[in-house]
Design a protein around this ligand. Structure first.
Ligand code: SF4
Ligand code: SF4
Length: 224
């Protein structure tokens, strides 16, 4: 899932300071799962914005809406009859949402209420960790299902570096060294020799380095 954090109330208040009537739009996808942009968070932000502006004695009218997803034209279209009734729209989806909205409704102004951070998952209640960097050509089968691109601070494909210390990365005692985990797992399974060959440099053209990417599913296009 995509993990995000909500921006500070002051930052969002500043974004909408010139407007008097706004729509806050949430998303039932990843941002609901990571408790950042779902129904509850939309309600909290809308109430907080109203209170914030009331304190400034400049009341703000705020409506709330939640879409199934903001990364799908099918759901974005549900705003078509209301979107122009507002001075601006605040999106609580990941960075994809406000961009889809902005492209669908060129006459409206859209603002992001969240910072999109990484692809990851919940390791315990309320704690999410990064697991994938979206490189476009997965190679974790060489590393026992653990990703050194997303989880090694240097994205080393031939680790460890000299900084690993008792299972922790040299950048912080709070960050696991993924290469320590990879090596220990190989030892536990009696397969350490798997790591003897040097992993060649990766072709990064499938990652962001090759420019914006596009996915095509011909069977869906033909059947659509
Ligand atoms: S190798 Fe690439 S696709 Fe696979 S988990 Fe790592 S970053 Fe993600
Ligand atoms: S200590 Fe481990 S995780 Fe950190 S940079 Fe070195 S090999 Fe990568």
């Amino acid at each position: 899932m995509i993990v995000a954090d909500r921006k500070s109330l002051n930052e969002i208040l500043d974004m909408v300071k010139n407007y008097n009537k706004i729509l806050v739009v949430g998303c039932k996808g990843c941002v609901t799962v990571c408790n950042v942009g779902g129904l509850k968070e939309v309600q909290v932000l809308a109430a907080s914005l109203k209170i914030g502006r009331k304190k400034e004695e400049r009341p703000l009218e705020v409506d709330e809406k939640i879409l199934e997803r903001q990364c799908d034209p099918e759901y974005i279209e549900q705003l078509k009859d209301v979107v122009d009734n507002y001075d601006a729209v605040v999106s609580m989806a990941c960075g994809v949402g406000p961009q889809f909205l902005s492209e669908a409704y060129p006459n409206q102004k859209f603002f992001p209420a969240v910072n999109t951070t990484f692809y990851g998952g919940a390791v315990s209640h309320g704690i999410w960790e990064e697991r994938c960097a979206g490189c476009g050509s997965c190679i974790i089968h060489y590393f026992d299902g653990l990703c050194p691109i997303a989880r090694c601070s240097k994205s080393l494909l031939n680790g460890t570096c000299g900084g690993s210390d008792r299972g922790k990365c040299e950048i912080s005692k709070d960050v696991d060294c993924i290469w320590d985990k990879i090596v220990k797992k190989k030892i536990a399974q009696g397969r350490l020799d798997d790591l003897l060959p040097i992993t060649p440099a990766k072709d990064w053209r499938t990652a962001r380095d090759g420019g914006p990417r596009k996915a095509r599913r011909e069977e869906l296009i033909q059947n659509g």
